[in-house]
Write a protein that binds this ligand. Structure first.
Ligand SMILES: [Zn+2]
Length: 205
């Protein structure tokens, strides 16, 4: 199996477990007492391995009229363009994670701005959160997860070559708000299928 095929096989990363990560014994999948859904239980040590949605954190880094995008060097969606974003790490805040991913993927220096969009994606058990950010210079050093990082004017955005629907959704909301001259906090749900459901937006305070 090639590295690429292996990566695709494991995306999204497997969520059910066969063995207990505490004691190594085989797990049983069933509804625990006083619960209402199936979990992976260890009958040997008693551990219940809860699974919860994962957070993906990113920024919309802006330099004057332009937005920074990265072209992915990893699966899934190798070669497609994305906003800098990635999985939240333990022990960090959502804003810290978004800033870290921007640094890691684009090698970009930014000033973090306010929360911009919270996108629920229940069919992949993820929540994608984007913050606004301002680039402090235009020297980029893409990390190993990016083939390149560059600035795009709105009319240059490669809409057909964006990696994820959360990225196209966040960019559309961003350009619409910029056109209106008012940035709001957006909360959308991306359902399985080609088009996002209409945005529900919270007026800026
Ligand atoms: Zn166990």
């Amino acid at each position: 199996m090639t590295a690429s095929a292996r990566a695709l096989t494991y995306f999204p990363a497997p969520r059910s477990q066969r063995y207990c990560s505490q004691c190594g014994n085989l797990l049983t999948r069933r509804i625990p007492d006083d619960d209402n859904r199936e979990r992976d239980l260890c009958d040997h040590c008693g551990a219940i391995h809860y699974q919860n949605p994962r957070m993906v954190l990113g920024t919309i880094p802006v330099w004057e009229k332009q937005v920074l995008l990265c072209r992915r060097a990893i699966e899934p969606r190798h070669g497609y363009w994305t906003l800098p974003a990635g999985f939240m790490e333990l022990g960090e805040t959502t804003a810290q994670g978004a800033a870290r991913e921007t640094q890691e993927e684009a090698g970009a220096r930014i000033e973090m701005g306010p929360l911009f969009a919270v996108l629920d994606i229940p069919h992949v058990d993820q929540v994608h959160i984007f913050y606004l950010a301002r680039l402090t210079d235009v020297e980029f050093e893409p990390g190993p997860e990016s083939l390149e990082a560059r600035l795009f004017d709105e009319d240059e955005i490669p809409w057909d070559d964006l990696a994820f629907r959360s990225v196209s959704t966040a960019l559309r909301l961003f350009f619409a708000d910029r056109e209106r001259g008012v940035f709001q906090i957006h909360s959308d749900t991306l359902l399985r299928g080609p088009e996002p459901v209409p945005a529900v937006s919270t007026p800026a305070p």
